[in-house]
Design a protein. Structure first.
Lengths: 300, 383
């Protein structure tokens, strides 16, 4: 019965089509066609090169999996990978600690102060990382602004070594990453209902407990999103560590060295593939964690 | 853990046997020449108001009338510009909200979305340093009080609006505050649920004996719930009284039209006055017997409630009797609502007649007898 009716309906529709020459709108047909162009673009310029890189990592003349064996065994290749993840963790932590109060202040601002706060966050965000890295180089060098200021104030007797050190690079990277942390935090904080905070106050929570019991947990989605964004972005940092230098090359710098100095394309490809896979695994882990946390609110 | 009993054996209720908490008694609240300004803008003019212990007091008025400011000052969210707020004689203006021990239900409930229902209700107890066992016990009792025993483990987002409202009520009352503030607590509910919750709130307040200050813009809700009402307007208290006093003898035009429906006829002069009875001439030229409250201001009007006006033959024996013309006739649930033009130039008044199958809806243009007794036309201040 139902099938018949559906058939009758379909034939009616076909009939209408042939009569009017206008197809009834359907979401699937048109949108699939529209998707073709971007899909083709992605396949050609993203997916294909990615597969190419992965395939190339197995084309070492020394053997099929030699590149990966060397990453596992050669400290000169393995350490940059470890160092990169360590740096990403440090930078993420520093960015979070610096961003949280800033985001909190901006989230409380109204009108002109809100606009000023947003501009202060967004102008560096829109400035190229190359320019900001050079700026940090100028600030942190032996006779740079930071050292001169500290000397003049009498905090130090001798200029500190900041450029070409881990600390200097971490400072610069954390600063460059600030907007990626502040913006998700801000969005989470602005979503916190002020009456919920008032409720906590009238129910007897002092400002500290209002923050710990209510504000902090409610801002956690922003913390999670910001940390993932900063961590993953930091994993791929190239220009800042390349310019400012550090005790060990970041993975992106190591890959570049493999290509431009050693001309070892398979080894560079293997490093890139490992970075990509680890990043994807990390992101999946975050997604799963996130879903579990959000899922706690759903029906049991 | 549960190897011995399959069926839970009901235990005798505690109460008489165990010294429970003393029955909560309401707090006495006093606003003493309180005002609030933001720069040049005065949102609350100097206001003095006393609310008795155990009273259900409602603040009503349109938005921006200052009612929420007054509540915010009492809760501690809004610092007053001048004056004192005393609870049981103690000035609390300098105390932060978390030291005031006041319960509050918010318009959107303001439940903590990241906590379960039980954690929400237990929150104020936790902040007061109660032991885990005591929190569990009191949360259980609070859940039972609002009939949500089975919902303790759920998150607020999994509850309906009415259930969330009850959680908010339980959370505000679980620590036995002697003063409970409610800021449009039923604003987000649909009509049927609102009425149900109104009954529940009233029962709740009677059972606990707490003082409730209830802010709403819904005059029907306020009239149903409150022992006394204060009508606010433009940062000023317009009138305070029982719902019946305010409805039947509104002091001003604003109160008359804010509470229920009213037709107002401007009064040109008071011809004579004998005690509470007066003969007045309206601006439209009618002579009317009316009820005069003790104080009558210079500019005044007659306030007529639509359900007090009688149509047809029964109108002839009344203190005031005229021949009107039907201008508009509509059926609304339960009543026939007429707009009737009076003789003279006073214009149109609204009349409501109970509807039933034996009554015919008059058509526009029909002439009709219209009348009311002197006590049904109250002289009020025009503004």
């Amino acid at each position: 019965m139902v099938g018949e009716a559906r058939e009758a309906h379909a034939s009616l529709e076909r009939h209408a089509e042939t009569q009017t020459g206008v197809k009834p709108w359907s979401p699937s047909r048109g949108s699939l066609f529209l998707l073709a162009a971007p899909l083709l673009l992605l396949a050609l310029f993203f997916l294909f090169p990615l597969i190419w890189v992965f395939a190339q990592s197995f084309s070492s003349p020394r053997g099929l999996a030699d590149t990966y064996v060397r990453i596992a065994t050669d400290p000169a290749l393995r350490y940059p990978l470890f160092y990169t993840f360590q740096t990403a963790a440090i930078v993420t932590f520093c960015a979070l600690v610096l961003s949280y109060p800033v985001a909190f202040l901006i989230s409380r601002a109204q009108g002109r102060w809100l606009a000023i706060g947003m501009v202060l966050v967004l102008v560096p965000f829109w400035t190229s990382a190359v320019i900001r890295s050079y700026a940090w180089l100028v600030l942190l060098q032996r006779r740079g602004v930071v050292n001169e200021a500290l000397l003049a104030l009498g905090f130090i007797d001798r200029p500190l070594r900041l450029a070409n050190t881990d600390i200097g690079t971490h400072i610069a990277m954390a600063q460059i990453m600030l907007p990626f942390m502040i913006l998700p935090l801000l969005s989470a904080m602005r979503g916190i209902d002020p009456s919920v905070m008032r409720a906590a106050a009238i129910l007897g929570a002092n400002p500290f407990r209002q923050f710990v019991s209510v504000y902090l947990p409610l801002s956690m989605p922003g913390v999670g999103a910001g940390c993932v964004l900063v961590f993953i972005s930091t994993l791929g940092f190239y220009i800042t560590p390349a310019l400012l230098g550090s005790s060990s090359p970041m993975i992106a710098v190591a890959i570049e060295q493999q290509v431009s100095r050693l001309l070892d394309w398979p080894q560079a490809s293997a490093l890139a593939s490992v970075l990509l896979v680890l990043t994807c695994l990390l992101f999946m882990l975050y997604e799963r964690l996130n879903r579990r946390l959000a899922g706690a609110g759903e029906a049991r | 853990m549960n190897g011995m009993t399959g069926i839970p054996i009901p235990r005798p209720l505690r109460g008489a046997a165990m010294p429970d908490l003393p029955p909560a008694r309401g707090a006495r609240v006093e606003f003493d020449r309180i005002s609030k300004e933001y720069g040049d803008l005065t949102v609350l003019h100097e206001t003095t108001l006393k609310i008795e212990a155990g009273e259900f007091f409602s603040l009503i008025g349109p938005s921006g009338s200052g009612k929420s400011t007054l509540l915010g000052i009492l809760a501690g969210f809004v610092p007053p510009s001048h004056g004192a707020v005393r609870v049981d004689g103690v000035d609390i203006v300098a105390k932060p909200p978390y030291r005031r021990n006041i319960g509050m239900v918010f318009q959107n409930y303001a439940l903590f979305p990241h906590m379960s229902v039980a954690e929400n209700i237990g929150f104020p107890l936790k902040m007061r340093g109660c032991s885990r066992a005591e929190i569990g016990e009191r949360v259980k009792r609070a859940l039972a009080m609002v009939r949500l025993e089975a919902m303790g483990e759920r998150r607020p987002a999994q509850l309906s609006g009415g259930q969330q409202q009850r959680v908010a009520l339980a959370r505000a009352a679980v620590y036995d505050p002697r003063l409970l503030l409610m800021d449009e607590p039923l604003g987000a509910l649909d009509k049927n649920l609102r009425e149900e919750m109104q009954e529940e709130i009233k029962r709740f307040q009677r059972a606990l004996g707490v003082t409730v200050i209830y802010v709403t813009h819904d005059q029907q809700e306020a009239a149903f719930l409150a022992d006394r009402l204060a009508v606010m307007r433009g940062g000023l208290l317009e009138q305070i009284g029982t719902p019946r006093q305010l409805y039947e003898m509104p002091g001003t035009h604003f109160v008359a039209s804010f509470l229920g429906e009213a037709s107002l006829l401007p009064v040109a002069e008071i011809v004579s006055r004998e005690g509470r009875l007066a003969t007045v001439r309206t601006a439209g030229g009618l002579t009317v017997q009316a009820f005069a409250p003790s104080r009558v201001s210079e500019r005044r009007a007659l306030c007529l409630r639509p359900e007090n006006i009688i149509l047809g033959e029964a109108a002839r024996g009344r203190d005031n009797h005229f021949l009107g013309t039907v201008e508009e006739a509509v059926f609304t649930t339960g009543t026939l609502r007429y707009r009737i033009r009076l003789p003279g130039s006073d214009g149109v008044i609204t009349v409501r007649v109970p509807s039933h199958p034996g009554i015919e809806l008059l058509s526009p243009g029909t002439g009709i007898d219209i009348g009311w007794d002197a006590a049904m036309a109250v002289i009020i201040a025009e503004d």
